[in-house]
Ligand binder design. Structure first.
Ligand SMILES: Nc1ncnc2c1ncn2[C@@H]1O[C@H](COP(=O)(O)OP(=O)(O)OP(=O)(O)O)[C@@H](O)[C@H]1O
Ligand code: SF4
Ligand SMILES: [Mg+2]
Length: 352
């Protein structure tokens, strides 16, 4: 059955999203087929996102965490339709029409109009700003594309946006290379905000920045969220960063969400062995507690995303794996009858 949004309270609901990338074709001998036996063309797929569901309430932040290659960026890119999803729904509440729209199946002008409400801020502020344009023209560009006002109005808005993100209006005539990483990320945020989005997908927005400026950019994002009633999907591989910004957190492993819960619940009572291992790696500032802390070291490397393990895809690294884990894929379900979801046959709280 098609998913529906809970009135207008939920801004985004992603349902069973899949994003597979074909990995080239090869010829393989096939005997069991309705056709005659013979050589067949077989395409292997990299299952970057493999049936992911979550929703974000209006004005809230969902933190999406996981190791490199787990599929975080791919989800973001599929939502803004930089990728064509393989399957699933991306329901977005359209307040103008008072109804939900499926971004996964829209195209043409309808998609273009909804896309302006969903903006992405990328990880690398050095690569995401075209070095040949001034800051002013980079911030103005989305407004020009969507024709949001006269030349003068757009100019005035550029100056206002620079102030909003804590930069001087006279910077408008300078070029990206004249700015630090933190300043560039502020410029990228101003550009994303220029057309009044409702949802901002921030993909590792502080990972490329010096530790000293990370807090400033995180604070800016939080201030802007309040000021403009923004909803965030905040992507990071760092659970300690997400802790500061997210209301709810989803943990990804190899294309799947393995656990999702409210922030405090996830940190205080993680149920999935993968989340427990990730949390055990975060240093604790108190030296006494830090000394007693037991770090869970996961054995082995990440499996190949083209050849995923049978059953639970975490089983090759899981300290709790049993026979059933290789045979039956655990379903992603509410473990407390409420809002704490996990995909594990043996999900339970464990002493850390
Ligand atoms: N355009 C693409 N074509 C083919 N494979 C892709 C493409 N984009 C991503 N992938 C693959 O999909 C998987 C998920 O990649 P993704 O970039 O979403 O991970 P990530 O969680 O954002 O990682 P990181 O923390 O390193 O940014 C990886 O195995 C990656 O190689
Ligand atoms: S289902 Fe099994 S292998 Fe997977 S996380 Fe749970 S215990 Fe580990
Ligand atoms: Mg990424």
């Amino acid at each position: 059955m098609a998913a529906t949004l809970v009135e207008n309270r939920t801004l985004l609901k992603v349902d069973e999203l899949k994003m597979y990338f074909p990995q080239g074709a090869r010829l393989a001998w096939s005997a069991a087929s309705t056709d005659k036996p013979g050589l067949r063309r077989v395409v292997k797929y990299l299952r970057a996102v493999d049936g992911v569901s979550f929703s974000i309430e209006r004005g809230q932040t969902l933190g999406l965490v996981g190791e490199s290659g787990s599929g975080k960026t791919t989800i973001g890119r599929a939502i803004v339709r930089l990728y064509e999803p393989t399957a699933g729904q991306i329901l977005f509440w359209d307040k103008d029409q008072d109804k939900e729209l499926d971004l996964a199946s829209l195209d043409g002008e309808k998609l273009r109009q909804v896309r302006r409400r969903v903006q992405m801020v990328f990880q690398d502020p050095y690569a995401s700003l075209n070095p040949r344009f001034t800051i002013g023209s980079l911030i103005a560009e989305p407004m020009q594309i969507y024709n949001t006002g006269s030349k003068q109005e757009i100019h005035d808005r550029v100056l206002e946006l620079l102030k909003v993100v804590g930069l001087r209006p006279e910077y408008a005539d300078r070029y990206p290379h004249e700015f630090s990483g933190g300043q560039r990320q502020r410029i990228a945020v101003a550009r994303a905000l220029s057309i009044n989005p409702e949802l901002v997908i921030a993909d590792e927005p502080v990972s490329a920045l010096d530790v000293s400026v990370r807090a400033q950019v995180l604070n800016l994002l939080q201030r802007l969220q309040k000021q403009f009633a923004l909803t965030y999907l905040f992507v990071s591989h760092d659970l300690s960063v997400v802790r500061h910004v997210a209301d709810r957190i989803a943990v990804m492993y190899m294309g799947k969400i393995v656990e999702m819960a409210d922030r405090d619940e996830l940190y205080s009572a993680p149920l999935h062995p993968y989340t427990q291992a990730l949390l055990s790696a975060i240093p604790i500032p108190d030296p006494q507690v830090e000394k007693k802390r037991q770090r869970i070291i996961l054995p082995g490397d990440l499996p190949s995303p083209i050849n995923l393990p049978t059953g639970c895809r975490f089983r090759t690294r899981c300290p709790l794996a049993q026979q059933i884990c290789s045979e039956v894929e655990p379903s992603f379900e509410a473990k407390d009858g409420g809002s704490h979801f996990a995909a594990c046959h043996f999900a339970q709280k464990r002493a850390s």
